[in-house]
Write a new protein. Structure first.
Lengths: 101, 460
């Protein structure tokens, strides 16, 4: 979906601190980039992805930013197979269940 | 909005968002009445238990890990191999011991008429505050450090954010940087919410029940006090609260052992290093700085003061923690999140040093799920250029490799030098208050780092 209607559950993003506004004594890589926020809430107005929109969050605050996604998904998962862990499991279960005890 | 403009109002915002008058406990440049501050939180151990019972927190099972104990005994000297117990804190409402820490803060916020609670945390504590707030009909904001400048988030933290959202909280997700604290202040200022900091007397008092339950559980199972309790250490609250609970139950001879994952060399505030850590807490990046200077937290005086209570502090590698997580799953039938298994990884080594008739307690577990799982975290590590392999964990280089042990004999702990941490603390004290310290300050330091006045004076 590339556009949100008022009332849709959306994710927005905004710069909170430009590099010049950030804390002192940051490592160079962090100091060079802005502090950015992302937050989810209900769109207060219709907007296209990439446009400015305000949201009301679950805590009742109204925050503004660039519309990133409508009905944002979570795409974290269990990852791929890690053969090294399978090998640990094989060795442990063989030791404890195998013929040598 | 500027960082400096928010920080200039730090004291005022913290005062309004708290019920503790921290200034009334100050006794010198550094000295303060720690026990007085803890007592002023106003909850006895039994009152904490009552609040937590009403909030469905605590009274978690204490499980004896017979198969892991048997594994240790196959590999250690005859007569060694202490019985290993595990406090299954994942059984708390939001899936970790952090519910204990959140319970009193939320109870207090409700009692004092705050409209909501807020906390800055990328850990399980966010879900705990969200969970307790939901049950108490309070609004909640959780401020998290989640993603780097590419917009890539640690899967473990993304999951923790999802969980907070599912429990009804607003989740303010931030890119990498220590300004997390300033952004919490801005939220507190805007909302008038209660600051459910991890470092208040209420938060630490909430953990005392964990130490007390460990004492009672081990006594019931063995007829004796636990010989060692091993505690995953980051900000210091877990060590402090658990040890205080053990003492309140009279476990004076129980050794309090802290354990952290070694991530030496990875800068905590670095955008680039952020996603090279394959664990988000329980590591030396928090454990060492918070032990050697607790007052770097989001409260004027930190109630979590780990050097007061540690008898020993050890570190383990990331690879060992993933190994221990796998072992807990396939040998004990318990799938639990990796971070809580830091102390388990160390306990397997320590149990091998201890007599078979003694007991060692791993005092927490945490829930496991998408993102918060060894396969998720190791896959993410590989995507970020970290080498994952089997081998000797001694060869692991944080940020470059994760080496998962091939054999039990490769499990080991690194001793963290407590005197070295004490000297770092004293160095920090001088940085904050200068070299000319009054007698009250010197005595306070000695007490705060559990050493003699002579040690402090010599280090100065």
């Amino acid at each position: 979906m590339t556009a949100a209607r008022a009332g849709d559950w959306v994710e927005i993003s905004a710069v909170l601190l430009s590099p010049a506004e950030r804390a002192p004594n940051l490592p160079a890589d962090t100091a060079a980039v802005p502090l950015v926020m992302r937050v989810r809430g209900w769109a207060q107005a219709a907007a296209e992805v990439g446009a400015e929109v305000a949201v009301r969050t679950q805590a009742g605050r109204v925050l503004a930013g660039t519309l990133l996604a409508v009905n944002p998904r979570f795409d974290h998962d269990f990852g791929g197979c890690v053969p090294e862990l399978i090998e640990v499991r094989r060795r442990l279960t063989e030791e404890m269940l195998g013929g040598d005890r | 909005m500027k960082w400096s403009a928010i920080m200039a109002r730090r004291e005022e915002i913290l005062r309004k968002s708290s019920t503790v008058d921290y200034s009334s406990f100050r006794r010198g440049k550094l000295a303060f009445d720690y026990e007085g501050m803890m007592a002023a939180s106003g909850y006895s151990l039994d009152q904490v238990r009552a609040v937590q019972k009403a909030a469905h927190v605590g009274s978690t099972p204490l499980l004896e890990l017979e198969n892991l104990t048997a594994l240790v005994r196959r590999h250690c000297a005859p007569g060694k191999g202490a019985r290993i117990f595990l406090k299954d804190e994942a059984a708390n409402p939001s899936g970790s011991f952090k519910d204990r820490r959140a319970s009193l803060s939320v109870h207090e916020a409700k009692k004092r008429g705050f409209p909501g609670v807020a906390a800055a945390t990328s850990g399980n504590y966010g879900a705990a505050v969200a969970s307790q707030a939901a049950a108490a009909n309070l609004r909640c904001v959780v401020v998290q450090e989640v993603f780097d400048s590419r917009g890539v988030g640690q899967p473990e933290i993304v999951e923790k954010g999802r969980k907070c959202e599912a429990l009804g909280a607003e989740v303010l997700q931030l890119s990498v940087g220590p300004e997390l604290f300033a952004m919490l202040l801005a939220v507190l200022d805007e909302t008038g919410f209660f600051n459910a900091s991890l470092y208040t007397p209420l938060s630490v008092a909430g953990i005392e029940t964990l130490g007390a339950e460990v004492a009672e559980g081990v006594r019931a199972a063995t007829g004796r006090d636990p010989d060692a309790v091993i505690i995953t250490h980051a900000g210091g609250g877990n060590v402090t609260g658990t040890a205080r609970g053990l003492r309140k139950l009279g476990c004076d001879r129980t050794k309090v052992v802290a354990a952290s994952i070694d991530i030496e060399g990875l800068h905590m505030a670095s955008d680039e290093a952020f996603n090279k850590k394959s664990c988000t807490t329980g590591h030396t990046g928090f454990g060492v700085p918070f032990a050697s200077w607790p007052d770097r937290a989001d409260v004027p005086l930190n109630a979590a003061r780990s050097l007061r209570y540690m008898d020993r502090y050890v570190s383990v590698t990331q690879g060992q923690v993933f190994w221990a997580t796998e072992a807990l799953g396939c040998l004990e039938g318990l799938e639990r999140g990796p971070a809580g298994n830091t102390s388990l990884a160390a306990a397997l080594v320590l149990a091998a040093e201890m007599p078979a008739e003694e007991t060692i307690v791993v005092q927490e577990t945490e829930y496991s799920g998408a993102g918060k799982h060894p396969t998720a975290q190791l896959s993410f590590a590989r995507q970020n250029g970290i080498e994952v392999r089997l081998g000797d964990p001694a060869d692991e280089v944080p940020g470059q490799s994760i080496v998962i042990p091939e054999r039990f004999e490769q499990l080991r702990v690194r001793e963290m030098d407590l005197d070295h941490l004490r000297r770092s603390y004293i160095k920090n004290a001088v940085k904050h208050a200068g070299k000319n310290l009054a007698a009250a300050d010197l005595d306070f330091i000695a007490e705060d780092i559990r050493t003699s006045r002579e040690f402090v004076e010599e280090a100065l």
